[in-house]
Design a binder for this molecule. Sequence first.
Ligand code: IMP
Ligand code: MG
Length: 170
Amino acid sequence: MEIKTLISTKKLNSKIIELARQIQNDFKDEEILFLVILKGSVFFATDLAKNITSPIILDFMKVSSYSGTQSTGKIDVKLDITENITDKNVIVIEDIIDTGRTLRYLIDYLKAKNPKALKICTLLDKKDRREFEIEADYVGFDIPNKFVLGYGLDYDEKYRNLPYIGYIEQ
Ligand code: IMP
Ligand code: MG
């Protein structure tokens, strides 16, 4: 399998510093809860968090789409949050927004818990693929409709450990 580079490690690093500055500027010294969506966002979330000086609480969720019920946009919560997010500044950390199904559902689910602020930060955004209306507050890179992998993103659970974002021709 030939993997081509879409976004180099160097470009990832400078974008992460830029995103961290934006978040820092918006929240100043306030506490932020990073809600990291497993597994793909782990690499991104930790690098981003290390560039922010505000106190960060980490929590995790694991979700998956139901294959049979695509039109409803319902997803399956495999691992739920453990922190109480009521009155907290929550930033959902995603690796990529594709159809928007995952986040559309998640945002409604989290809103019901009445956080003080609820923002979305995604490393990658495939806007052309959107089926569900959702927009991130912080976006690393808008990317074309290619299958990408690395830096947390998998191809059949593998290649998450690549230090750059690659793609494979389909
Ligand atoms: P959505 O619910 O359609 O927005 O899908 C989001 C999820 O699909 C992401 O969290 C990824 O796990 C997965 N995904 C979408 N596109 C890609 C890709 O190009 N490479 C790897 N995973 C992807
Ligand atoms: Mg995946």
